[in-house]
Design a protein around this ligand. Structure first.
Ligand SMILES: Nc1nc2c(ncn2[C@@H]2O[C@H](COP(=O)(O)OP(=O)(O)OP(=O)(O)O)[C@@H](O)[C@H]2O)c(=O)[nH]1
Ligand SMILES: [Mg+2]
Length: 214
């Protein structure tokens, strides 16, 4: 994707697809647009390399998450990783674009299908969370015992001892996460053929310009 962007915007073309291997670490690239320079940091997506991503979060002005829209088998893993990015507090107010790549392939999911897949994954997760919450409450009920007089005295009564405040509180983002989900932009691209690439770059250009004005 980055090499295609370089080819489309720079006088010197980027590397051809057949020469590109998996990214170990990062690739960088820049393009010059009217009164703006966009610098790209393409971070490798392999499991072990993902741990370096957060090192870039403080410095970046926008995030583009590229999903392989042909690889249905890895969509669940993809959404788990995407969700982590989406929920990173340091990225919460930055423009975030989800690209469904490989639209040239007849087997790729469309933008609508990618969106639906993410929504379905989120629904499934929230159902699972609710179920697990129910289970742990039931478990808690089974184990509850009558407090001894000594316990009552030390914890301030039976209700306090029966409902220990042990639940980990979700980080309160003031609704920013919901807002982000509602306005999540998903675009279809083909890094191979270049379709949708200009739209994606324009999207970034506008967002970065706006952020600078603010
Ligand atoms: N059909 C098709 N294949 C693509 C497209 N973009 C990339 N590929 C192929 O998908 C494979 C992986 O491409 P990469 O660019 O290495 O993917 P990546 O996401 O950068 O992978 P990492 O560097 O490991 O994070 C290669 O075989 C590419 O030729 C596309 O738009 N269409
Ligand atoms: Mg790569």
């Amino acid at each position: 994707m980055l090499e295609k962007i370089k080819t489309m915007y720079n006088p010197t073309p980027g590397m051809p697809p057949e020469k590109i291997g998996p990214t170990v670490g990062q690739n960088i690239g820049k393009i010059t647009l009217p009164s703006t320079e966009l610098r790209f940091y393409d971070l490798g997506g392999q499991r072990d390399i993902r741990s370096i991503w957060p090192k870039y979060y403080d410095e970046c002005h926008a995030v583009v998450f590229v999903v392989d829209a042909c690889d249905q088998a890895r969509l669940t893993e993809n959404w788990e990783v995407f969700d982590e990015v989406l929920n990173s507090p340091r990225l919460l107010n930055l423009p975030l674009l989800l690209l469904a790549n490989k639209q040239d392939s007849p087997t790729s999911l469309s933008v609508a299908e990618i969106r639906e897949s993410f929504d379905a994954w989120q629904r499934a997760r929230s159902n699972r969370d609710t179920e697990e919450e129910g289970k742990s409450k039931d478990k808690g009920k089974g184990k509850a015992k009558e407090p001894t007089h000594a316990e009552e005295a030390s914890v301030g009564g039976p209700s306090a001892s029966a409902t220990p405040q042990m639940e980990t509180k979700e980080w309160d983002d003031g609704g920013a996460k919901d807002e982000r989900m509602a306005s999540l932009d998903v675009m279809g691209v083909s890094a191979l053929e270049g379709t949708g690439v200009r739209d994606a770059v324009n999207w970034l250009y506008i967002r970065v310009q706006n952020a600078r004005k603010m």
